[in-house]
Design a protein around this ligand. Structure first.
Ligand SMILES: Nc1nc2c(ncn2[C@@H]2O[C@H](COP(=O)(O)OP(=O)(O)OP(=O)(O)O)[C@@H](O)[C@H]2O)c(=O)[nH]1
Ligand SMILES: [Mg+2]
Length: 343
């Protein structure tokens, strides 16, 4: 090869390398931007919980020396934050140990112990899996269940938005044929998000048959993801569970190769009531994860720890506002940061 050609090749190689580097840099910047956006979402969405927690701890430190009354009040603060008794004991025991064994009395150090224990109480539980079980080469079906008003339909819109950002093709199924207006609500979201929504062909059509039609449509459309809305109310609880199980059977029978992920939606502002609902759903239906909505409206973020502790179901998404992009994948680190930043 002549010297000119050799040098030219070197220049081209150098340019390729530079191009590669700048592409990589753009990718890294995008990643950092996304991470910061996510962090901000948690910080803004959890401000009510955080301020409540901060305020209670500050007044605890102002009011008491570290004595038995201090521990009792710390327990109360944690309980009032919807944290389960198990974790409350774990946290207060750890603080007690540090105080008695290592003579810690600095509030900042005590805060550190509280934050650490919160993190570990979640992270140490078995099978923490916050990602969805999705099919890489075919259809994934997500069934969204939960009692009325918890935020199912809105969360479906938010999920659709997330998937669209990942360039996934989404079809929606208007499976809530029970409540007047429910089909229209989903269909308005579908128009806004420019995705197809399969609706009942007649009033009060059997939800399973709408799901059947939507599976066919999603397959026809070559969709990556089919998200199914369901009704939150029926004549009674048994009817609701029977209906959901019938829908699940329709899915497994008619889309045997698709993955199925059932997400239970819980409203964070309902506290222990939400935990009771989850127990019922867990007992009678298959639940693969939780979407915890309205965290922005709750002042008791501790509910996340309680869900994991008492139900051992993973929170997979968290609703941090009413806008379509106010849904974040659950991230333990961001959650604990959102709850305890400024402590
Ligand atoms: N602030 C806030 N509001 C939310 C969030 N998620 C849902 N909402 C609101 O909760 C209300 C009920 O939401 P829907 O999505 O209609 O609830 P649903 O579970 O589908 O209700 P049914 O169809 O009646 O069973 C709406 O006003 C939503 O805007 C959230 O994360 N934060
Ligand atoms: Mg709905």
């Amino acid at each position: 090869m002549g010297i000119f050609k050799k040098n030219k090749n070197k220049i081209v190689d150098g340019q390729n390398l530079e191009n590669k580097k700048s592409k990589k840099l753009i990718k890294i910047e995008k990643k950092i931007r996304k991470k910061n956006q996510k962090r901000n979402k948690y910080i803004v969405g959890m401000s009510k919980s955080r301020h409540n927690f901060l305020h209670s701890l500050k007044s605890l430190y102002n009011k008491h020396q570290i004595n038995e009354e201090f521990f009792e009040e710390l327990e109360e603060i944690l309980i009032m934050n919807d944290i389960s008794m198990n974790i409350v004991m774990e946290i207060t025991d750890a603080v007690r140990d540090e105080v008695t064994i290592n003579k810690v009395s600095d509030p900042e150090k005590i805060n550190e112990i509280i934050v650490d224990k919160m993190f570990l109480s979640y992270a140490n539980k078995t099978h923490s899996k916050t990602t969805l079980n999705l099919n890489d080469n075919g259809l994934s079906i997500i069934l969204v269940v939960g009692i009325n008003g918890v935020g199912k339909t809105t969360s479906i819109a938010k999920l659709t938005n997330l998937f669209k950002e990942q360039n996934k093709k989404v079809t929606l199924a208007a499976g809530d044929t029970f409540r007047a207006g429910a089909v229209e609500q989903l269909s308005i979201w579908a128009d806004r998000l420019e995705v197809e929504c399969v609706k009942p062909s007649k009033n009060q059509q059997d939800p399973s048959s709408v799901i059947f039609d939507s599976i066919k449509k999603a397959q026809e459309n070559n969709s990556d993801i089919l998200i199914c809305d369901t009704s939150g109310r029926m004549h009674n609880k048994v009817n609701l569970m029977n209906e959901l199980n019938k829908i699940s059977r329709t899915i497994t029978k008619n889309a045997p190769n698709a993955t199925l992920e059932t997400l239970l939606v819980l409203d964070a502002t309902t506290g222990q009531n939400g935990i009771a609902q989850a127990k019922i759903f867990k007992k009678d239906a298959k639940v693969d994860g939780i979407i915890l909505t309205k965290m922005d409206g709750s002042s008791k973020g501790g509910i996340v720890l309680t869900i994991k502790d008492t139900l051992n179901i993973d929170v997979k998404f968290i609703g941090l506002g009413e806008k379509v992009d106010d849904l974040a994948e659950f991230d333990l680190e961001e959650f604990v940061n959102g709850l305890t930043k400024e402590l």
